[in-house]
Design a protein around this ligand. Structure first.
Ligand code: SF4
Length: 297
């Protein structure tokens, strides 16, 4: 019988991509703000389980299987599994979906770090592309406070390795990650980092203190203060203004984002900034706090 432990999360922009479970849980599971995989032990599914899921894909899709060109591997960071195991998974996928061209997934910085250039090159040639990487902020002390498990320099090095090899990557950012009073500083540092690592897409969400997280506990203890909404939107505006990435797609339409904008930086930046400015001008932080809840994903 097919089974999968934990909730399935996938990037919103992969809504129409075929999902294939490959790992359960998160290989890190320590970020202070995250409760997505708290109670799920990290593991790679056995190849026999993945085979069973693919069998089901074939049963449901029939001949359409030959038309499927993109697949998204489910899990917090399936890129955590070894290059040889990823290769086994992709070979299995090809048995059922012979024309798959892009194999996308979440990938943490440490997952990239653990692979050699030769392994990355080989994975790229097998179709691995469009890796979603949790960056959050361009400030080292923020990454350290949030226990992300990597530094800004790690991000810089590993994403530049992906660029050199030709694997596209998407940056997941979090406005408000630096807390009250540091929005401008975080926006400028994050924009600088983005300009260096050149993600294909930037996906932005807003810092939220889910009730059962260490972050929520530390807010209660007075160790961290969430930024107000005006500061969060101002941070987003300054980030947008300072990105020098003409072809990058910017997406900030998560359910946790109060103002939803999306577009290409070369074509839509001005209108996105205008939308943010209008929201900032009309923002009443106190009214917002009472009416917009960020308690769950
Ligand atoms: S944010 Fe990502 S890396 Fe951090 S604990 Fe959650 S799933 Fe794992």
């Amino acid at each position: 019988m097919l089974s999968y432990k934990g909730t399935i999360y996938r990037p919103p922009i992969e809504a129409y991509t075929l999902l294939l479970p490959v790992t359960e849980g998160c290989s890190h599971n320590r970020c202070k703000f995250c409760n997505m995989y708290r109670d799920v032990k990290f593991r790679m599914l056995d190849l026999s389980e993945i085979d069973a899921w693919l069998n089901e894909v074939q049963r449901v899709n029939g001949d359409y299987c030959t038309e499927i060109e993109r697949i998204y591997l489910v899990g917090a960071d399936p890129f955590a599994i070894s290059a040889s195991n990823l290769e086994r998974v992709i070979n299995l996928i090809r048995k059922y979906l012979p024309n798959v061209k892009v194999v996308s997934m979440y990938a943490a910085i440490r997952n990239i770090m653990s692979k050699t250039d030769a392994q990355l090159e080989r994975l790229k040639n097998l179709g691995v592309n469009d890796l979603y990487v949790g960056i959050e902020s361009g400030l080292d002390d923020v990454l350290s406070y949030l226990t992300k498990g990597n530094t800004v320099e790690d991000i810089r090095r590993q994403c530049q390795r992906l660029n050199a090899i030709g694997i596209r990557h998407m940056s997941l950012l979090m406005t408000g990650a630096a807390g009250k009073g540091r929005g401008v500083e975080s926006a400028l540092a994050t924009a600088e980092l983005m300009n260096e690592i050149k993600p294909d897409k930037i996906l932005l969400t807003t810092m939220s203190a889910f009730p059962d997280t260490k972050l929520a506990q530390e807010i209660d203890e007075g160790k961290f203060t969430l930024a107000g909404e005006t500061e969060i939107l101002t941070e987003e505006k300054i980030l947008l203004e300072n990105l020098n990435l003409p072809t990058t797609y910017f997406w900030a339409a998560h359910s946790l984002d109060s103002v939803r904008i999306a577009g290409y930086l070369d074509k839509n930046r001005d209108e996105m900034i205008h939308t943010l400015e209008t929201a900032i001008e009309n923002m009443d932080d106190e009214h917002f706090r009472q009416t917009f809840q960020r308690n769950h994903l």
